[in-house]
Design a protein around this ligand. Sequence first.
Ligand SMILES: Cc1cc2nc3c(=O)[nH]c(=O)nc-3n(C[C@H](O)[C@H](O)[C@H](O)COP(=O)(O)OP(=O)(O)OC[C@H]3O[C@@H](n4cnc5c(N)ncnc54)[C@H](O)[C@@H]3O)c2cc1C
Length: 305
Amino acid sequence: MPEHDYAYIIVGGGLAGASAVEGIREMDESGSVLLIGNENHLPYHRPPLSKQLWLGKKQVGEILIHDRQFYDKSNVTLSLGTEVAGIEPDKKTVRSAAGKTYHFGKLLLATGGMPRRLSVPGSDLDGICYYRFLDDYLRIRKDAVEGKSALVVGGGFIGSEIAAAFAANRVAVTMIFPEPYLCNRVFPYQALGRQMRIEHWDNALNQGKQAGRNMAGAGEAFTYMPYFFSDLFEFGYEAVGEVSADLETFADWQKENDTGVIYYLKDRKVRGVMMCNVWEKVEAARALIRRGEQVTPEDLRGVIR
Ligand SMILES: Cc1cc2nc3c(=O)[nH]c(=O)nc-3n(C[C@H](O)[C@H](O)[C@H](O)COP(=O)(O)OP(=O)(O)OC[C@H]3O[C@@H](n4cnc5c(N)ncnc54)[C@H](O)[C@@H]3O)c2cc1C
């Protein structure tokens, strides 16, 4: 027999899980909610783990998605530090690794992703960190000081950002990655009318909330167009839509390779927009993509600044 009964159970205490709580509460003020997460922290934002925390722009206490009061006021039970080890859909139960069972009316799996582990000898040696969690940050932050050196394996956006963070803290960094350029595979997905895999912050925020609303009966399609962002030293960008190297591009630089907007076109229509050091224009970019008008690159000059 399950020990506890909840109208909604969310497995995964990340951004999608925390956003699902908001979605549920938008639709259902009182149904009982249990959020189970295996980390020992309240749900927090991960992007600062490779950026602001290293640059003194944020402290650990400032990266929480919500403080504890929010969950108390929303009447949400938190079970942190709890690993879910099994689900029995027929019985509508989940089981924790410690052997507790919980009965659910609706269940959301918001368990996120994990870094790919290297399958080479020695890949589990001490001193190797597969970087994803706040505990990883807390563990390596104290060792990452001037005079130390670090090897970063992987040249995607997290590898590149963490290398920049080390460098900013005067740690000597060497990077190893198989692609010809940094962030070569940062934009692998295809948007607009196709299936796509998106692993970015804004998607977790909005898709999590939508999942919560739909658990509570909203029945709405998820049509949101997420954006993503990254910061490397003084260079930051936000991008939305299909930003694939296969598309025709038009770069409208205000300052060459530093400040400007890159448009990605297919059949003369804007499919994606990447804004480099140009901020708060994501909505304008979404509107341009949605309009789907045929344009020439010259029509686009100055459209987003
Ligand atoms: C260092 C770093 C920097 C990033 N920077 C950016 C950025 O600049 N821009 C951007 O767009 N995105 C960025 N991201 C990606 C962004 O953080 C993710 O898109 C977001 O965290 C996804 O949220 P999620 O809730 O889906 O998954 P997660 O954040 O992975 O959360 C899932 C949670 O579920 C828990 N869990 C998993 N299995 C179980 C289980 N069996 N039982 C209980 N709990 C479980 C996990 O431990 C985790 O706490 C970054 C990610 C990292 C790691």
